[in-house]
Structure formats: C-alpha cells, structure tokens
Design a protein around this ligand. Sequence first.
Ligand code: PMP
Length: 442
Amino acid sequence: MSRFTKSEALLRENARYIPGGVVSTNRAVDPPIVFTRARGAEMWDVDGNRFLDYHAAFGPYILGHGDAAVNAAVLQAIAEDRSLFGSGSTELEGELARRICAAAPFVERVQLLNTGSEATYQAIRLARAYTGRDHIIKPQGGYHGWHNDVSCNLMTPLDQLGPRRPGEEYPFLPISAGIPEAHQGLVHPVGFNDLEAVEAVCRKYPVAALITEPILQNIGVVKPQAGYLEGLRALADKYGFVLIFDEVKTGFRHALGGYSTVCGVTPDLVTYGKAVANGYPLGVIGGRKDLMDLFISPDASKRVLLAGTYNGHPVTAAAGIATIDRLSANDGQVYRDLEVLGARMQSGLERVLQDAGVESVVVRQSSAFCIYFMDHAPVDWHDLIENHDAKLDSHLRRELLDQGVYFFQLPVKQCSISAAHTEAHIDETIGAVAKCLASVHA
Ligand code: PMP
C-alpha cells in the first residue's frame, strides 16, 4: 500500500486545472508529494508523513522553515501597513540594499527583483549593454533560470552531448522548446573548469559575458579547480567581457555575500536569491557601480530597462533584512554552527558508505553536500555523467523517503542543511542512509 495515496489523488485533481498538477516542471517527481506544512528542519504531507528536509525548497531555507525572526519581521511589516506602492521607494528597500552591499565589499550597488531568473536575465542584459556585444559563455552543468540565454546544457544526456572536447565549445542543447534559433548562436556552452575553451570562444566571437555558478550546485556540489575562477577573472580582463558569478545558490549559503567572498575572486556582477531571504521571493543583482548605473544612464541608448511591479516587495524586503541580520549575528555564528553540522554529516555519511562497501565520494561546501557514486569528486558534467551511478543515487533517494528523509527525488540534486537541523537530525539521517544502503545490497 502506497504511503502517498492522498498525495496521488490530490495531484490528479490538481492536474485537471494545472498542467501536470505542479507549478514548475522540476516539481514533477516520482512519487508526487503534496506537502502541507513545515517547521524548522521538518516537513509534513497530506498523508501524514513526516520528513527531515534537505531539499530546502531548492536551497532558500538556510535558517530552516518558519524561522521565528523572519516570521516576526514579515508579520511586523504587515501590521505596520507597509504596503506595496509601485512608486517611489521605501525604507525597507534601502535597509535591505545597505545590508547586501555591506555583506560583499565588491557590491557597490544592488537592485532588488523577485527571482533568481530575473537577476541573471538582467545581469546578461546589463553586460550586453555595457560591452555592446551579444555573445555569452555558459559552463555546462550550470543553471541560471528559465530564460532563453541560459536554458541549455544543464543535465544533458551523453548521447546528445557527445564525447568530451577539452578546449572547445559545445553545441547549444536547449532544455526548453521555443528558444529562437537565432538566439542559440549567441550562447556558447563550455566545460566547467576548462579555461582553454573560454579563451577559444573569446578568440572567435565578441563575448559580452561569462555567467557561471562559482560552485556548480545544480548538479550536486562541483567545485572549481585551483586557479579556475582566477583564470576566468584574468580572461575577462584580457578580452573585456563581464564576469558574472551567479550566486543564487551559493550566495549567503556559504558566507555573507556568497562564495565570491570566500574564494577571493571578484566578479563584475553577482546575482543572489534563495538563502538571502530564507524562503521569500527575492532576486538580487549587484556589482560595480559603473555597470549598475546603466540602469539610470542619462544616455537613453545605453539605459537598461529595469521594471517589475513587485520589485522590493515590503514583505520580501522585511524577510531579507531579518535573514541577513540572523546570518550576521555574533560575527556569523550561524555559519560556524552549520560548518560543524556539515562536517558531522560528511564524516558520518563517509563512514556508512564505506561500511556498505559502496564506491562513493561525499562532496561538501559548508552546509551543502552531495553523495556521488563514483571514485572521485567530479570536475564537470561530463565527468559526472560518465562515472556517477545515477541509478543507485535515485534508488537511495527513493528509499530515504520511506525512512522520513527528504533528499529530493532527482539524482545529483544537492542537499542543504539548515540552522534548524540538530546533531540528532544529522545522526538520524546518517542512520537512515545506512539502513537504505543495507536494503540496496540485500
Ligand atoms: N541561478 C541559480 C544558480 C539557481 O540555482 C537558480 C534556481 N535553482 C536560478 C538561478 C533561478 O532562480 P529562480 O528559480 O528563483 O528563478
């Protein structure tokens, strides 16, 4: 008997009105689960199942669900009638912007949007306006949202991708229908960690921007090799393209201001989202003043349109301010606590995976981790798809659901620990993984 019967029935009902019954293609996973509520590190569904959450809604919940300080700030904004005006400005917008600029010294100016996709869209447009060029480079395996420039080369199957071609670009392989052919020629996918390929594209085309996650966290946790991000910086300076770090996933997750402040490489533009507002819909674009000022250029031919009815929404702004204050408290104590939990998770997982005799590697950056069933940490998407046992990965994730642990059903999706997780939660999770591995091998 399925543990998800009510979920299945409700999803069928939803599907009479919503295509597929879900509001994002990525949510159509098996088994379908209809969630009801979440608090801290735990979530519940309509069938009464309880899960320890490591999906974190694709990353935002760094403080856990329903954080008391964030809730209080949101309720206060509503109680104080801090409405949406769609005109002028508000105190909350300014306060939030000031905190984000303080978090990352290279961020001289910010703009407040609603989603990560909007932020990356604006970053690319800004780069094109600034350079007067059209071409962009995007490492394979990075995700930057759903718009035309970046809906390509994410988890492309090997038979479409073909063999590894170091030093060369790959064809644009769309992950959506409806992207105009002409547009596709402007986007050049390259391997992550492949500086030569970036240079080869720069020699061939006038490149406006390279956009990359500094750590690929939409295919687990794929780290930059030593010198890679520095190399991108040097190539940006040499060829005059705008270096965009998409920190929608890494920003405020690994440190205030994101991985840029950890790795010491300064992008020209950065995008934030997710953890910056602990579950509320905030997208941020930030960076150098001369670039960001194109949004207000007196020269209309250079001015980049920035619009959005809900930009700077007071509820979101209040949530962002409260989140950053929580993350900054006691000189960033939350990050030190998360590092301890992350290390406990990593060593515990490594122990049970080794005991089970499963070839694997646990890759982690602070509170983000991923188990790869291969003998080394992947360096790019090719490496991953050639070597990782995705079947075992999917199987473990499915089995974990029955143990009340939610890693999300799709393979190589990164897991996130929140400040609401406890050592007992981590140990429960390690125990559940051990149990599942035993059943996999039974
Ligand atoms: N960039 C990155 C790195 C992301 O992980 C995501 C979302 N997973 C986005 C951009 C798009 O953000 P949103 O879903 O808020 O549009």
